[in-house]
Write a protein that binds this ligand. Sequence first.
Ligand code: GLV
Ligand code: MN
Ligand code: MN
Length: 423
Amino acid sequence: MSLAGLWDSLLPLGRHEGTGGYRRYSFTEADSACRDWFMKTAAERNLRPRCDRNGNLWAWWDCPGSPPAAPGTSGRPVAGATTPGQGAIVTGSHLDSVPDGGAFDGPLGVVSAFAAIDKLRGLGFVPARPIAVAAFCEEEGARFGLACLGSRLLTGALTPPAARELTDGTGVSLAEAMTAAGLDPAAIGPDDELLRGIAAFVELHIEQGSALDGLGAAVGIAEGIWPHGRWRLDFTGRADHAGTTRIPDRRDPMLPYAATVLAARQAAAGHGALATFGKVRAEPGGANGICSAVHAWLDARAPDEAALDRMVARIEAAARTAAGDHGVRLSIRRESFTPLVQFDRTLRDRLAGALASAGITAPVLATGAGHDAGVLAARIPAAMLFVRNPSGVSHSPAEHAAMADCASGVAALTAVLADLAGR
Ligand code: GLV
Ligand code: MN
Ligand code: MN
């Protein structure tokens, strides 16, 4: 099937008719449709489909003459020359989305992975080591609040008890959601055997910025990922009547929340960093009432951890001062953190070499966006390819990449897989 055909087969799943955005939240109907699509796409290609203990999906192109890649093979890093029989080369990304996300963030990496395998087969390529396509579970953290949930569990960056206790916005726990989806939450956790069977992971992703467009390149290589995290702020005040409560009598949690949003913007500008409140809940949420509580989530990112720490400390201090000024209680809790990621230099250079040999110019870029590749990088050599996004818009229905650039991404990924998994 052509790249466009493959792309079109996934496009309708989980798209909201009203907004045109995607609502592919883990373990929902839309997610299950995407999972079925993955399994069917794998089966159509005679790839061995698997769902691991953490809900991540795998499609294995087993290698003749070498044992199946997972479980049970021993992998070795792809540092120098590759040798037949060593660990697998895995590519892929994720299929879940943020609320009203774009079509490309995640799915482009999965679709491109299948398309690259089609291309390799069309070229008569015989792999010297297994190749797999992976789709990691809950990369966006849109349902359970923790980004890269599946890859964190796989690598041990998140403990199973902590994961099982995560709840969605309606109070459903991860354990309950997994059970309802037919998975066993008691089985989640690190999978060293699976990881040992992987020599390298290469994730292709739409660029979530417009640097490639500025450089006139269709494809880029990731250098690293900014450290980033999410903090939950709970402002608790007192519910009261909007029409009768005198200003001095109010304990309105909306006011310190508003001051904190403005302080975050200032702190970010002062640290060359980014701070965003994209999710907020006012309780009980009546238009004619002072709310009793405001729950808000801060997403903070910076080029280095010291700058991130300083910025978040400044935002926290501003929030505490504002809460005190308005007689409001405040609690702050860090919900997730991803340290600075510098992708494996040897693997990165290897990608650059493979692309150069294929006549593809690929600038090297850092990014502020989080990815499963960044989590996996703590355990195995990982790398990323980016595909041009002319507007730079992402996490929005307006996110877009031209099909011609997506085809260039597939060509780049094909060259990389042929190099890493070839004889
Ligand atoms: C994922 O796209 C993130 O950066 O939060
Ligand atoms: Mn995303
Ligand atoms: Mn993504």
